[in-house]
Design a protein around this ligand. Sequence first.
Ligand SMILES: [Zn+2]
Length: 91
Amino acid sequence: MTEMSYLDGNMLDGPLRELFAVDLSPAASRCDHCGRLGPVAGFRVYSHAPGLVARCPDCAGVLLRLVRAPDRAWLDLRGVTYLEVPVPLAP
Ligand SMILES: [Zn+2]
């Protein structure tokens, strides 16, 4: 069986930046399937579907799905227990 090719989670920066005002690539995450801790940049992203599907590099569980239409986007984060997002300190 041939493994499908994938991109690393850094490619999610642009599509997610449309929805969030901060770069989520360095955000810490916890896989809801296996408990793996790691940055969004470490996700394996498959773009062969109608949207983007990010999987855990350890257990291959689906972490997030992002589908984009011209006037809206759907973001499914049910495979991520949490995202810890670095934010700038308030002045
Ligand atoms: Zn996992």
